[in-house]
Design a binder for this molecule. Structure first.
Ligand code: ATP
Ligand code: MG
Length: 622
């Protein structure tokens, strides 16, 4: 395995502005943020110099991003920290292949985990790629697997291309089996349940990827390898065993697999994700090269510094370091606020937000700016602010505090698009209308809204629908429909396999409330991370043995790292002295994950264990 080293390239080459200051480096190789990775040193690999010129489609990327995007053929692993431009690098890789290497766009397969990420990727690619040269295939793992299952339906024993079962289909089969719909299918009935679904030409979401693997293995892989000689995967640290097997089937050992991710942001082991696949890339693909991205373009220097200190005790990236390129974002320390109760904590969050958005200007809250540079991104509204928490239960106290304070907020729910009221009915209706998917959608909305307003035309299934459900379903489906052109099958597959719908409206002027998991990949100028109390972060469960607990706590640390690195300018951490979990109230210390952080990066307020700050300091903050 070969490693790209940044030491041959100087930051001055970087035309991105902030780097002119020279990034402040934290952790890892001391000053030259792009020095060789310790991982590569351990493997005894040869350096790959970063000498790709800053022009053409790669213009505007930094030297490491260019090395990755403009790399020669073969397997490539990009180990990239938070805010280092992973998506940007991946999209430019595709653009480079198409525009400068003459690869047909259709030969590129880009895979992500969520529909939201796939939509964003497709949109960014459309903006970058020359028009009229075809389109890459951008899909979630589920949508890719469904495509393969539909194309290989005969091998799977279907009479025609299968679809994904929706709730109505499942209910019908469960009724045949005498199982109430609100219960999960009992294990002993699962096989029979799936058989009956298949008899109707239907598959369950969970079986798509393993089935796709099963049809590729006996020899169909060759045609897919020819079709997609370039495979790119975002967030590679999140692959599970089935997804890994699918990639192994699609890409030969010396093939063009471009995998990008951050092992330290692997937070989905409870869903089967296994960061081990990332860590063994070099042995799976012995000819692989690797590039490390360490320039953080997202956060103010104290946030970057603290984030590195937080993750290092458990890091999966040897030599983990990040350089803060955005010194213009200010040098405010991280606020750490202690209060007595969770209700008081929620009140403090609401009052601080009120002060940030309302009367006092952001300037007056910015402590310790070093260079006097102009503020470029002063928050002007509630939409700039996110409040993150570990468990959904914590959001209740926050919501009531926000409601009493009259603060607008929106809470992100992770729902499957296909589960939203109105969506299944609109989908069923839409196939009866002609034309591009967007036109079908509009026609379906009109027909269905007319029917639900005229009760005698109701079908049984539509009885509970209101016209407003129909129109909100149409709104939710519109972006997917627009992206699908005339491809009805592709549209239906995208909806059926879309893991979630993003209920967060970026246009709304409201504070975002999200779990740490839901915040992954996002960024906000101001972030509040509440519940930084031992037992909540890390979340502790009774009855875990020591090994289980150690593994889970390592992931909790990574989750905290993900949360901290969402903030661009200001990060407020808070913890109550007593917390209630599952009805039991107990005393709680501050999260141990803050222990490695330099005191100079923190601004402690509230009722400290040993009063460290005079009340005046707290007054200044609020
Ligand atoms: P995460 O791991 O948190 O998902 P990421 O690596 O995907 O982070 P992005 O969200 O792609 O990071 O990028 C973070 C921010 O940095 C974005 O606002 C992006 O526009 C900006 N950025 C990325 N690369 C550069 C660059 N070379 N110059 C200037 N800004 C950049
Ligand atoms: Mg990202």
């Amino acid at each position: 395995m070969t490693t790209a080293r940044g030491s041959t390239a100087r930051p001055e080459q970087d035309a991105t502005g902030p780097a002119e200051h020279g990034g402040a480096s934290y952790g890892g190789p001391p000053t030259d943020h792009a020095d060789e990775s310790a991982a590569a040193d351990q493997a005894g690999v040869t350096p790959l110099p970063l000498e790709i010129p800053d022009r053409g489609v790669l213009e505007g990327l930094d030297p490491e991003q260019r090395a990755a995007a403009g790399a020669a053929d073969g397997p490539l692993l990009v180990v990239a920290g938070p805010g280092t431009g992973k998506t940007r690098t991946l999209t430019h890789r595709v653009a480079y292949l198409v525009a400068e290497r003459g690869v047909p766009a259709e030969s590129c397969l880009a895979i992500t985990f969520t529909r939201r990420a796939a939509a964003e990727l497709a949109e960014r690619l459309a903006a970058l790629l020359p028009s009229g040269r075809g389109e890459p295939f951008v899909a979630t793992f589920h949508a890719l697997a469904l495509t393969i299952c539909r194309e290989q339906y005969a091998l799977l024993g279907f009479a025609g291309p299968p679809s994904v079962a929706d709730d109505a289909d499942r209910a019908a089969v469960l009724a045949e089996l005498d199982v109430p719909m609100d219960k999960p299918v009992p294990d002993e009935l699962r096989e029979g349940f799936r058989k009956r679904l298949r008899a109707r030409g239907l598959l369950e979401l969970d079986e798509l990827v393993p089935l796709a693997v099963s049809v590729l293995e006996p020899g169909s892989a060759a045609s897919y390898r020819d079709r997609w000689p370039h495979v790119l995967v975002d967030e590679y640290q999140d692959v599970d065993a089935d997804q890994y097997a699918l990639l192994r089937a699609l890409v030969p050992t010396d093939g063009n697999l471009f995998a990008i991710g951050d092992p330290d942001q692997s937070i989905y082991s409870f869903r089967g994700a296994d960061v081990g696949f990332f860590l063994r890339f070099a042995s799976d693909y012995p000819t692989a090269t690797t590039v490390t991205l360490t320039r953080n373009y997202r956060s103010a220097p104290p946030i970057v510094a603290a984030a590195v200190q937080i993750v290092r005790p458990g890091t999966l990236v040897p030599g983990r370091g990040l350089s803060a390129e955005r010194r213009d974002l200010g040098a405010a320390r991280l606020a750490v606020h202690r209060v007595a109760t969770e209700a008081e904590e929620a009140g403090w969050v609401a009052a601080t937000i009120d002060a940030l958005v309302g009367g006092s200007s952001f300037h007056s809250l910015d402590s310790g700016r070093v260079d006097g540079s102009d503020e470029v991104e002063v928050p002007t509204g509630f939409a700039d602010i996110a409040v993150l928490y570990r468990t959904d239960a914590q959001s209740r106290t926050l919501q009531s505090a926000f409601t009493s304070a009259g603060l607008p907020f929106q809470k992100r729910g992770i729902d499957r698009l296909a589960d939203r009221p109105g969506v299944p009915a609109v989908l069923r209706e839409l196939v009866h209308h002609p034309g591009p998917v967007v036109s079908r959608l509009r026609a379906a909305g009109e027909a269905l809204a007319a029917r639900v307003s005229a009760p005698d035309l109701f079908s049984a299934e539509e009885l509970t629908l209101r016209a407003s459900d129909v129109w909100s379903a149409v709104e939710l489906l519109r972006p997917v429909a627009s992206a699908s052109g005339d491809d009805l099958d592709g549209f239906l597959a995208a909806v059926a396999t879309g893991a979630e719908v993003d209920a967060l409206d970026p246009r709304a002027d409201a504070v975002s409330l999200l779990t740490l998991h839901a915040a992954k990949g996002l960024e906000f100028p101001v972030v509040f991370l509440v519940g930084c109390a031992d037992g909540v972060v890390p979340l502790r469960f009774p009855g875990e043995d020591e090994d289980e607990r150690a593994v889970r706590e390592a992931e909790e640390r990574r989750l905290f790292f993900v949360g901290v690195t969402r903030a661009r300018r200001r990060l407020f951490l808070s913890a109550a002295r007593q917390v209630t979990r599952r009805g039991v109230t107990s005393a709680a210390a501050l999260t141990p994950f803050l222990a490695p952080v330099d005191e100079g990066l923190l601004d402690r307020t509230g009722t400290a264990e040993t009063p460290r700050r005079p009340a005046a300091r707290q007054m200044r903050l609020i």
